[in-house]
Design a protein around this ligand. Structure first.
Ligand code: 4NP
Length: 145
């Protein structure tokens, strides 16, 4: 199974989803491939935001080696599921899809039409965002495996 996590900058939310999901999938020896990307290209090749690295470390995950990537249309065929953090990401990704098979791979990461809040401008949001992503990663593993 190949999963791609997508947000805007690929430095705050989707790197957390990538690192947590890889850690959990590896623990269960699922052999899954997990990656992440941003719909924007400003941070390409940069490590995750230091606040995401710190909150991940606090809860036992090391995301410090991950580097930001820019979402591109080739990724529709490289991944089985493309999980996006908010509705703007959903619009931006779907705009690059060229057929229904690609469109069907894309959905919001959270259930119930909820969005993962962008924590970039508020230090206090990183921990609740982390906890929400971690909880959903655990559910997703059960759903998808
Ligand atoms: P992310 O957060 O989409 O969760 O990585 C952001 C990071 C950077 C910017 C916006 C959102 N930015 O505008 O640079």
């Amino acid at each position: 199974m190949k999963l791609l996590m997508v947000c805007l900058g690929n430095i705050c939310r989707s790197p957390l989803a990538e690192g947590i999901m890889r850690h959990l999938a590896d623990e269960q020896q699922l052999g899954w491939e997990i990656s992440s990307a941003g719909t924007g290209d400003w941070h390409v090749n940069q490590p995750a935001d230091r606040r995401s690295i710190a909150v991940a470390k606090k809860f036992g995950y090391d995301i410090s080696a991950q580097r930001a990537r820019h979402f591109n249309a080739k990724m529709f065929d490289e991944f089985d599921h493309i999980l996006v953090m908010d509705r703007q990401n959903l619009r931006d990704v779907l705009q690059l899809a060229s057929n229904d098979r690609q469109r069907k791979k894309v959905r919001l990461f959270l259930t119930d039409d909820l969005e993962v809040t962008d924590p970039y401008y508020d230090d206090n949001l990183f921990e609740p965002v982390f906890l929400g992503i971690e909880e959903r990663c655990k559910q997703l593993i059960k759903e998808i495996k």
